[in-house]
Design a protein around this ligand. Structure first.
Ligand code: SF4
Length: 325
């Protein structure tokens, strides 16, 4: 049996775990192709126009898998931490796909919900495993193999490797970067080089090292978001705010790129908070890149070049930023 995993949403966060889990149960895993023009065109043609680009892309990636697999794995991820939700579009995506006109393979859409349950992950994987075997110890073994693959993956990320290097075999120069840039955005925007206009490749060519949330301990990042007087409702909001605060507060980067998706409600709120609380009080260097289906790589490269240039000059002459923390 072949299961396809669309290269969208939390793919670059969990792919190694899902792959190890399925393979342990004797299921062949096929990821969809790296986003390309054909996938983008199919996404825009079939998705509802109100959706953000990352959600639209799911349509094109599922169509890319259409003739290659028996099932498409598209879990309904409700929550990844206590009393906090994922974006509602995550919750509704399997229904959106099922009710669309696209001729998709059957969708495996089991629920993963850790909001109130410590074992929300385990339960989700047990439900999933039961589709392939009735043997509970086999499912448990597959789950543990999945977790250990995820741990290995996270360890590599914490050394500063990019998911694109680990999963897609991209090669980045990592030696002695002149500038360090914090990329604050969702993994499905940053690591999709087609929709991000090749941002990571460009930064690498310009001699900058990109640091993103995936390279730090997740719980530490979320703790940095807990300073807000009211806990943010969405996990993604907490991740973005926590990442920005953590890397700025610890002086890990010379500048920050905020990556936001056009039409994303949570991003528009959190971007405002980050700018108001973290960027403006200390005049920290920042640019915002908005991603949609019309973004142009050329325009992005020009902006990144100018930003890196500005940071290099600033590093030489203005090394004493004040701090508010
Ligand atoms: S958080 Fe924003 S970008 Fe992500 S799926 Fe939801 S609306 Fe889209």
């Amino acid at each position: 049996m072949k299961v396809g995993i669309p290269r969208v949403l939390l793919f670059y966060r969990y792919y190694p775990m899902w792959k190890a889990f399925f393979e342990s149960l004797g299921v062949e895993v096929i990821p969809s192709s790296i986003t390309n023009k054909q996938i983008m065109d199919a996404s825009v043609e079939h998705a509802v126009s109100e959706a953000c680009l990352p959600i639209k892309l799911a349509y094109g990636h599922i169509l890319d898998l259409k003739d290659k697999v028996d099932y498409v794995f598209l879990p309904r991820i409700v929550g990844l931490e206590y009393k906090t939700y994922m974006c509602p579009k995550f919750l509704g995506l399997p229904d959106m796909i099922r009710n669309s006109e696209i001729d998709a393979p059957p969708i495996i859409e089991n629920t993963i919900d850790k909001r109130n349950l410590r074992d929300g992950f385990l339960r989700g994987f047990f439900d999933l495993g039961r589709m392939f075997t009735k043997n509970k110890s086999r499912i448990l073994k597959a789950y543990l193999e999945g977790l250990s693959a995820l741990k290995e993956y996270n360890k590599k990320l914490e050394t500063g490797a990019s998911p694109l290097e680990i999963i897609d075999g991209e090669k980045f120069k990592n030696d002695d970067p002149k500038i360090r840039i914090g990329i604050v955005g969702h993994c499905y925007e940053i690591y999709d080089e087609f929709i991000s206009g090749g941002m990571l490749r460009t930064l690498n060519k310009l001699g900058a090292k990109a640091l993103s949330m995936e390279m730090f301990d997740w719980k530490t990042i979320l703790k940095d978001a807990d300073v807000l007087p009211k806990k943010l409702f969405w996990t993604f909001g907490r991740e973005l705010y926590g990442t920005a605060r953590y890397i700025i507060r610890n002086r890990l980067v010379d500048g920050v790129i905020l990556v936001v998706a056009f039409g994303c409600g949570p991003d528009s709120l959190v971007r405002e908070l980050i700018e108001r609380d973290l960027i403006k009080p200390i005049n920290f260097p920042e640019i915002t890149i908005t991603i949609d289906e019309h973004s142009s790589e050329l325009g992005l490269v020009t902006r990144l070049e100018a930003f890196i240039d500005m940071l290099s000059r600033r590093k030489q002459s203005e090394n004493n930023l004040s701090t508010v923390w």
